[in-house]
Design a protein around this ligand. Structure first.
Ligand code: IVH
Length: 674
C-alpha cells in the first residue's frame, strides 16, 4: 500500500528529475552537478523499488529527453540505450558477478574497456555508404536531426571507407561528440570577451554547438570531435566480438575511443580503470569514467537489455570533478603584496578527490561577472591538481534576500582605505606595514623556494608580529634565542632549532634571496633568470625598466615591478639590513643574454610540474642549467621536455595537446648523466 505522502514524494522526485533532464538535454544548461543528478536518480530508483510503483513519466523509464522543438525528429530503429553506473570497485565486481550468474558460467569473460567520453551521444546513419542522417540521442528512440551540423565535423566521415561489399546497405554508427579542452578554453575566453556567459563544461558546450539552429557558429562546430564506439544497425556479420566492431569502425574511417583495451577479467578491468584515472588530467578531452562491455557478441545477446540499459555493459564512473554546494560566507583575504582577494567559504564538499571548503573568487570583477552571493548554491569544479573554482551559480536556488557582494572599502586587517588602480582588476591594501601583508611576506620568505626556514610557521609568525618583535622581513635574523624561548608554547628546544634554521638560511643563493624579497611577479623562474643575467644584486638594483625589458623572458610588467621595487628607498634599506645581519650568497657567473649554454642539454628547454620524488625544483633547475639546458614556466611547442612528478596537472595536459615529450625524474636523471 502506498500512502498519499509516498505518492507525493514520488511525484516531487520525478518532477524534479524531469526538470533537470530538460535543462541538461534540451537547454544544455544544467543547474546541478552530474553527481547530484545521479544521487537523486538513485534515490528515485530506491523509492520506486520500495513502493513498487513507477510513475508513467518517471525518468527511470527512459534515457535523455524527447527532441526539442525546431529540429526534425529522427528515429533510431535500434534504440540508443544509456548505461548503468558503477560508483566503486564493489559495484563493478557485483556487475561481473551478475553477468557470470546470468550466463551460468564459472570461467572469466573478457571485457572491452574504453574511456567514457564526456560529450553528447549521436548516431550517424549511412545509406549505401553515404552519410544520410545524423541525430542526437534524444529519448533513445527519437532524437533530433542535426545532420547539417554534424557534416561540419572533420572526424565525421561523409562516406564510409572501403568498397560497397565491405558494409551493409544501412549502417548506423554511434559515438560521442566531444569538445577538446583546448577548444573549450578558447571558446569560453571568446565568450567572456563578448560579455556572454561561460559554458559550465565541455560537454554542454559540445551538445549546445551541435544543436545550433540559427546563425550557426562554424568555428565552434568545427572544434568538435566525433569518436565512434558502437554499431546500431549493419554490424559486419563476421564480427564476433566487440573488439571486431571497433576494428570495423576504424577500417571504415572512424576515430574510436583512444586507448581502448581488452581486459581478460575484472582485476584487469580494475587495473585499466586505475591507469585511465591517473591519466585523466593529461588527456586532451574530458572523460568521466570507463565503459566496460562484454566482449563476446554472442554473450551480449544472451544477456540482453532492460528498458533503459543493456545488461552487458556498465560505466565505471570516476570521482566527480563538479559538485554543488552552498556559499556560507565571502571574506576578503590580504596577500603579501597587499592584493585583496575575495574568498568564498563553502559548505565542505567532496570533489575531485578532496574536500573543498574555500574557493577563491579572484577579484571584484569576477564576482560581478559570476554574480556570486552569500547564500547561493554554486557549482564547484576541481580537476586534477587544479585549485577549486566556482563555475556558476544555481539561480533557481538563490534565497530571496541574497544581496550582491562588494569588497569592503577598508582593508579587513589594518583598516587602511583600499585602492584600485585604473585598469587593474585587483583591489589592494596600500599599507606595507599591514600585519596581514607582513605575515604573508614572512611566510613566503620562509618557504621552500625562498630562504627555506624550517620552523618559521604560521603560529610563530603570528606571535612575532603581535609582539612587534618583527616589523620587517630582516628582523627575523636579529632575533635571539632567549626572546624566542620566552614565547608561549615555544620552549628552549624549539627556540634552539629555529635559531639553527635561521643561521642555515643566511647562507643562500641570489635567486632564493630574490624570491624571498617577495617582489610582485618575481617567482622562482624569474628570480633565476634575473640572477643569471646580472650575476650580482647591486647590478640588478640599479637596472632600469628598459634594461630589464631587454632580457629575453622579462616582459614590461615584470620589468616595471622590479624597477619600481628597487627604486623605493625603504626596500633598498631592507636589502642592506639583510646583508648587515649576515644574509649572503655567492656571486654567480654572469651569462651573456641569449647565449646558449654548453653541455649535454645545450639548447633544450624544460618545464617542471608536480612534485618530483627526490629533487627539489631548485635542485632540478640548477642541474639543467649546469648541463646547458634552461627552464621555463610555460609549456609551448618549443619545450623539449615536460618533467612531471606527483600531482602534475594542467601542464601535463598541455604537453599532451602539443605533443611535447613527458618524462619522469628517473628519465631526467638519465638524460643528465649522459
Ligand atoms: S556504449 C549500449 N561506449 O555514455 C551501450 N557509451 O551514460 C551504449 N558514452 O549514452 C553506450 N563513451 O553517450 C558507450 N565508450 C563509450 C562511451 C559511451 C561515452 C556515453 C554515451 C552513452 C552514455 C551513457
Amino acid at each position: 500500500m502506498t500512502t498519499r505522502a509516498d505518492n507525493a514524494r514520488l511525484r516531487t522526485l520525478v518532477d524534479d528529475l524531469n526538470r533537470h533532464l530538460r535543462l541538461y538535454h534540451q537547454q544544455d544548461a544544467p543547474e546541478i552537478s552530474d553527481a547530484e543528478y545521479d544521487r537523486r536518480f538513485r534515490a528515485l530508483e530506491g523509492l520506486e523499488r520500495e513502493l513498487g510503483v513507477v510513475l508513467a513519466d518517471s525518468p527511470t523509464r527512459r534515457v535523455g529527453a524527447p527532441p526539442a522543438e525546431g529540429f526534425a525528429p529522427a528515429e533510431h530503429r535500434v534504440p540508443m540505450l544509456s548505461l548503468d553506473n558503477a560508483m566503486n570497485e564493489a559495484e563493478l565486481r557485483a556487475f561481473a558477478e551478475r553477468v557470470a550468474k546470468q550466463l551460468d558460467r564459472e570461467a572469466a569473460f573478457a571485457l572491452l574497456g574504453e574511456p567514457k567520453l564526456d560529450g553528447a551521444g549521436v548516431e550517424l546513419l549511412y545509406e549505401r555508404g553515404e552519410l544520410a542522417v545524423g541525430s542526437t540521442r534524444g529519448d533513445g528512440r527519437v532524437g533530433e536531426d542535426v545532420t547539417a551540423n554534424l557534416r561540419q565535423l572533420g572526424s565525421v566521415p561523409l562516406a564510409l571507407r572501403g568498397d560497397a561489399g565491405s558494409f551493409a546497405e544501412r549502417v548506423s554508427v554511434r559515438g560521442e561528440v566531444v569538445m577538446p579542452l583546448a577548444s573549450f578554453a578558447r571558446l569560453n575566453k571568446s565568450r567572456a570577451a563578448r560579455g556572454l556567459a561561460a559554458f559550465v563544461n565541455p560537454r554542454n558546450a559540445a551538445a549546445g554547438a551541435l544543436r545550433q539552429l540559427h546563425e550557426i557558429d562554424l568555428e565552434r562546430l568545427r572544434s568538435l570531435e566525433f569518436r565512434a564506439y558502437a554499431i546500431g544497425e549493419g554490424a559486419p556479420a563476421a564480427a564476433l566480438r566487440q573488439r571486431d566492431l571497433v576494428a570495423a569502425l576504424e577500417a571504415w574511417g572512424f576515430e574510436t575511443s583512444p586507448r581502448w583495451r581488452v581486459c581478460e577479467d575484472v582485476d584487469a578491468a580494475l587495473a585499466y580503470y586505475g591507469e585511465l584515472l591517473a591519466q585523466r588530467a593529461a588527456l586532451p578531452m574530458e572523460i568521466d569514467g570507463v565503459v566496460f562491455k562484454v566482449d563476446e557478441l554472442a554473450l551480449q545477446r544472451d544477456l540482453g537489455e532492460l528498458a533503459r540499459v543493456p545488461r552487458w555493459a556498465i560505466a565505471s564512473k570516476f570521482p566527480a570533478q563538479q559538485e554543488t554546494t552552498l556559499v556560507e560566507e565571502i571574506f576578503a583575504s590580504v596577500g603579501r603584496t597587499g592584493a585583496i582577494t575575495p574568498v568564498a567559504r563553502l559548505r565542505p564538499v567532496f570533489v575531485g578527490g578532496v574536500t573543498v571548503s574555500n574557493a577563491s573568487l579572484h577579484n571584484q570583477d569576477e564576482i560581478d561577472r559570476k554574480d556570486v552571493r552569500v547564500g547561493d548554491t554554486v557549482v564547484i569544479q576541481r580537476a586534477g591538481d587544479v585549485i577549486p573554482q566556482i563555475v556558476s551559480v544555481v539561480l533557481a536556488e538563490r534565497p530571496a534576500d541574497a544581496l550582491p557582494f562588494k569588497l569592503p572599502r577598508g582593508c579587513p586587517v589594518c583598516g587602511a582605505e583600499v585602492v584600485r588602480a585604473e585598469g587593474d582588476a585587483v583591489t589592494r591594501c596600500p599599507n606595507r606595514a599591514c600585519p596581514a601583508q607582513l605575515r604573508n611576506r614572512l611566510l613566503h620568505m620562509a618557504g621552500r623556494g625562498a630562504l627555506d626556514i624550517d620552523g618559521l610557521g604560521e603560529k610563530i609568525v603570528a606571535q612575532l608580529i603581535e609582539r612587534e618583535l618583527v616589523n620587517a622581513l630582516p628582523d627575523v635574523f636579529a632575533l635571539d634565542e632567549a626572546t624566542l624561548a620566552g614565547l608561549p608554547r615555544m620552549g628552549e628546544k624549539s627556540a634552539a632549532k629555529l635559531m639553527a634554521a635561521l643561521a642555515r638560511a643566511k647562507d643562500t643563493t641570489l635567486p632564493r634571496f630574490l624570491v624571498a624579497l617577495g617582489i610582485p611577479e618575481v617567482g622562482v623562474n624569474v628570480a633565476d633568470l634575473l640572477a643569471s643575467q646580472f650575476g650580482e644584486l647591486d647590478a640588478l638594483i640599479s637596472a632600469s625598466a628598459e634594461q630589464l625589458t631587454a632580457i629575453d623572458g622579462v616582459g614590461p610588467v615584470i620589468a616595471e615591478r622590479v624597477a619600481h621595487y628597487f627604486a623605493d628607498e625603504t626596500q633598498r634599506a631592507e636589502v642592506a639590513r639583510f646583508r648587515e645581519l649576515g644574509v649572503r650568497w655567492p656571486a654567480l657567473a654572469r651569462r651573456e643574454p641569449g647565449a646558449a649554454g654548453e653541455g649535454p642539454l645545450a639548447g633544450k628547454t624544460f618545464v617542471l610540474t608536480g612534485t618530483l620524488p627526490t629533487l627539489s625544483r631548485l635542485d632540478a633547475q640548477s642541474r639543467f642549467e649546469a648541463a646547458g639546458g634552461s627552464v621555463t614556466g610555460q609549456v609551448s611547442k618549443k619545450t623539449s621536455y615536460v618533467v612531471a612528478g606527483e600531482a602534475a596537472g594542467g601542464k601535463l595536459r598541455k604537453a599532451a595537446e602539443l605533443g611535447v615529450s613527458v618524462i619522469d625524474e628517473a628519465a631526467l636523471l638519465e638524460l643528465l648523466s649522459r
